[in-house]
Design a protein around this ligand. Structure first.
Ligand code: HEC
Length: 412
């Protein structure tokens, strides 16, 4: 009896031992695979491999804040938070804007008519010419006006700005351009600094800002309504806290994206739209093109979303690549205002409450002024297709080229 029990116990002990050894072996193999495998992965998998993918990286620039101007001009101001060595800037002259600069900064100016765009990651800004440079600005104005007279053209009053080095680590700048995130450069540009230190902007393709100016404001107001507007002579905004505070009321892109997700949920967009590119040919071609098929959706695209909306029916088109397919803010403006004007025969309801000062009853064709709800849904839609990273990045190495986690957690 005792003997029998003994052999039984040895068997139990033995199988226990084997199980433990087995488990340890399996675990260590898994760890080895996770640690070593990424280093042997084809590097092209980690890099944007097509123009289509490059664009996705570019659109994801998180560092801008949005606010609607409360008085005066109706369009929105895009405010960029610029950090030295972060955003590539170009200073481009146009028909009526000319730029003067001290000799050492001359090389950063893209002269009027010059095809090659000059970009820099130095923190340079434009302002109304100050003391030292005023005489050369005056001279330039006179020469230009003489030229115009000589050519028998009517006089244009040139705006002459000074390019200067802020000497600061970061500043805010404003860009009135509507299409800031549509401004891709994919050829004909030179990056002038040797050490371009961009967290994710890899060549080719960079975002650039046209004529950024230091962010300065003056308060405006009429009776009870208080507002502010951009003014190069105003007081400069000194911190993000001030910018996001009650008075100026900017919302960061991070906040807008979160809000957009909520709006997408409670407006029931998911009832008519899916948010997944399946591996099927019709999906990858429809969301991309024949030559640049869109990558099928991968789980890491959704990891920063609280709620995901894969959807079940496609009454309208799929949303998962809409940030690439339709980057135009103008298009979305008229589409949400009146889907049928943008897309004949559409059954999508209009979302007029995404706009303020609803001008219905005055002029029917006029599009209202987008409010933060529009900005939120727009910014949310723009993340669709722009957060694609090869699966390696986020999971194995804990690296995230678009730094979305940091943005969500408010570190950037
Ligand atoms: C009743 C169904 C329905 C609802 C609800 C709906 N849509 Fe649509 N949507 C459509 C249809 C149909 C189209 C295609 C025709 C068009 O472009 O308007 C469309 C088109 C779109 C497009 C253009 C996509 C492209 O690739 O051309 C976007 C963007 C969009 N919808 C976003 C939204 C958002 C955001 C919401 C929620 C706020 C929403 N839709 C709610 C039916 C709907």
């Amino acid at each position: 009896m005792e003997n029998h029990q003994n052999t039984f116990m040895t068997k139990v002990h033995k199988s226990l031992l084997y199980t433990v050894i087995g488990i340890i072996l399996l675990f260590s193999m898994a760890i080895i695979a996770t640690l070593i495998a990424p280093q042997h992965i084809d590097p092209t998998w980690m890099q944007p491999s097509s123009y289509y993918q490059v664009q996705m990286y570019e659109v994801a620039d998180p560092n801008f804040f949005i606010s609607s101007e409360t008085s005066g001009v109706r369009d929105l101001q895009y405010v960029q938070r610029l950090t030295n060595g972060y955003t590539l800037l170009s200073f481009q002259e146009n028909e009526s804007v000319r730029i003067v600069a001290p000799a050492e900064l001359e090389k950063y100016i893209t002269k009027f008519g010059e095809k090659n765009l000059k970009l820099t990651s130095r923190l340079l800004l434009l302002r109304n010419p100050e003391k030292d440079i005023q005489t050369s600005a005056k001279q330039l104005r006179e020469t230009l006006q003489q030229q115009m007279r000589g050519e028998g053209k009517s006089l244009i009053d040139y705006k002459i700005l000074e390019l200067y080095d802020t000497g600061l680590e970061e500043v805010f700048s404003v860009a009135r351009s509507e299409g800031i995130i549509e401004d891709f450069v994919d050829e004909d540009y030179t990056i002038l600094d040797d050490s371009v230190n961009q967290p994710w902007h890899d060549d080719p393709g960079v975002i650039f800002v046209k004529n950024p100016m230091e962010y300065r404001i003056v308060p405006t107001g009429f009776a009870q309504t208080k507002g502010w507007k951009y003014d190069p002579e105003g007081k400069s905004v000194e911190s993000i806290a001030e910018l996001e505070g009650k008075e100026l009321g900017f919302r960061s892109r991070e906040l807008l994206i979160k809000l957009g997700e909520q709006i997408y949920a409670h407006e029931g967009c998911w009832y008519c739209h899916t948010d997944q590119t399946r591996t099927l040919v019709q999906d990858v071609v429809l969301n991309g093109s024949e030559s640049f098929p869109a990558p099928p959706s991968s789980p890491n695209e959704y990891i920063y979303q609280k709620v995901t909306f894969p959807g079940t029916r496609r009454i309208g088109p799929d949303m998962s690549r809409v940030g690439i397919k339709r980057p135009s803010r103008d298009w979305h403006k008229s589409h949400f205002w009146a889907p049928r004007t943008a897309s004949a025969g559409s059954i999508m309801p209009s979302f007029k409450h995404f706009f303020d000062f609803d001008p219905r009853g005055t002029r029917k064709t006029e599009v209202g002024i987008p409010n933060y709800q529009f900005e939120a849904i727009y910014q949310y839609l723009m993340t669709k297709g722009t957060r694609i990273t090869p699966p390696t990045e986020a999971w194995w190495i804990g690296k995230d080229p678009v730094q979305t986690l940091k943005i969500i957690e408010g570190e950037l």
